[in-house]
Design a protein around this ligand. Structure first.
Ligand SMILES: Cc1cc2nc3c(=O)[nH]c(=O)nc-3n(C[C@H](O)[C@H](O)[C@H](O)COP(=O)(O)O)c2cc1C
Length: 171
């Protein structure tokens, strides 16, 4: 079974989550293509899709929302899973908690793709990637810096996708 894993990433950390999901699915015997949304063409060769995005200012990145709407019709009948990357920071901190909400675009993306599930993973923030006004707010961002990605949670989620796909194939 061929699975597409595609995720929009500004600074690479969400792309690495997509790679980890792809690796787990491959280890379970699926044929996996991991590609940025911009490089996704026709979906006919894929039987299942995992679509994700980094979250910035409460929104998915445009390439991910764009892909969801572009391929929505082609996804009919195919199982789809969604994931978001963000928040960052100590989960008990006020800022991390404020970020720990679904993105504004989620409902529309879910509707367009018919996704069966959405999962939110913690992300990574490197202060060297901040620019302009974001740098001005460096003091605010300092507590949020670091790599908060939970690789076990990522692998476990990918394994649950593999289980669901295996069940569907066996049925
Ligand atoms: C300016 C800025 C705004 C952000 N806004 C949010 C947000 O609204 N919600 C959230 O959960 N994470 C937010 N984050 C955290 C990013 O989603 C996180 O750093 C993510 O891992 C970045 O992924 P990328 O490396 O693939 O671009 C923000 C980060 C930055 C730098």
């Amino acid at each position: 079974m061929k699975v597409l894993v595609t995720a929009a990433s500004r600074h690479g950390s969400t792309a690495e989550i997509a790679e980890a999901i792809g690796d787990e699915l491959k280890s379970r015997g699926f044929e996996v293509t991991v590609a940025p949304p911009e490089d996704v063409g026709a979906l006919s060769e894929f039987e299942a899709v995992v679509l994700g995005s980094a979250v910035y200012m409460g929104h998915w990145l445009a390439p991910a929302t764009g892909l969801a709407h572009r391929i929505g019709a082609e996804l009919a009948g195919k199982p789809v899973w969604l994931f978001s990357s963000g928040p960052v920071g100590d989960p008990s901190s006020k800022f991390a908690q404020q970020m720990d909400v679904d993105t504004v675009d989620l409902q529309a993306v879910q509707k367009a793709t018919g996704a069966r599930e959405h999962k939110r993973f913690s992300g990574k923030l490197d202060r060297h990637n901040l620019q302009g006004l974001q740098r001005v707010g460096l003091a605010l961002f300092r507590g949020l810096q670091g790599d908060f990605r939970d690789w076990k949670a990522v692998r476990d989620w990918a394994a649950s996708i593999a289980d669901q796909l295996a069940e569907a194939t066996a049925a």
